[in-house]
Structure formats: C-alpha cells, structure tokens
Ligand binder design. Structure first.
Ligand code: SF4
Length: 135
C-alpha cells in the first residue's frame, strides 16, 4: 500500500534529495531494519514532518536497541529537513525499557485472535493504510 501513497512518495523523494552527500544511506540490516543514514558515531532518520514525533523517536530507539544487541553502539538523530530541525536520541536504560514495552505490546497484538478495535486518529486520513483501515 505504501507504493501507492503520495505521502510515502514525498518522504522517499525527500530522503533521496536531503543529505545526498552521505554515502551510507538506506542500509538494510539483517533484512529487518532500514536505516536512512549510517555515520561513524550516529544513525539518522529523515522525516517529512514531526506530526508523529513519538513514533519517530521509538523507531530510532528500536534501531539503536537492535544495533546494541549486535554489539554496535551509536547515538541517533532524527532530521526534519523541511522544518530545519533535528532531534537527538540516546539509548538510555529508560529508552531500552520503552522499546521492550513496545515490543511486548506488538507481541500481544500478534497473539490476538482478531485485531484490536480500530480507533480513528487525526492523522489517519494521511496514512498510507487509510483505505485498508477505513475503506
Ligand atoms: S489509517 Fe490505520 S494504520 Fe494508518 S494511522 Fe490510522 S489506524 Fe493506523
């Protein structure tokens, strides 16, 4: 569904055009996580807007958590180039607990016989999965 989403396409174009001088981009690790930019000391994610800042943060925390389990310790940065903003993200013990709690919630949903009841959020109409959820 993401292949037909204008928003996803805009984000992809932004990701390709912003920081084009970086050479280690869109690195797929273990066929599981795809990191926008991998630097010597940090990983970076490029986002179109900060409307889902909490989701952006837990995404990069998860990447940092995953890399740490591979023996790679880095810091994280979320870039919002259109807003000329960036957020630094460090994997603290609290951050690790947040990731583990999120993974538990994911597992709980995967274990359900039926998906949880749908809740319409303000950002749903712009989501790539809108037709899937509400069509
Ligand atoms: S449209 Fe569906 S997948 Fe997208 S944010 Fe809303 S509930 Fe989640």
């Amino acid at each position: 569904m993401e292949s037909t989403s204008d928003k996803v396409l805009l984000g992809k174009l932004l990701g390709e055009s912003a920081y084009h001088y970086e050479d280690r981009r869109e690195l797929l690790i273990d066929n599981l996580i795809s990191v926008d930019i991998v630097g010597d000391d940090e990983i970076r994610e490029i986002k179109y807007s900060n409307r889902l800042a909490h989701a952006d943060r837990i995404q990069i925390l998860y990447y940092l958590y995953y890399l740490k389990r591979l023996g790679i310790e880095k810091t994280g940065v979320i870039n919002y180039p259109k807003m000329r903003r960036k957020e630094e993200v460090i994997l603290t013990p609290q951050g690790e607990r947040e990731v583990e709690e999120a993974l538990l919630r994911v597992q709980e949903i995967l274990n359900m016989d039926r998906p949880p009841a749908i809740v319409r959020k303000p950002y749903c109409p712009k989501c790539a999965y809108y037709e899937f959820c509400f069509g």
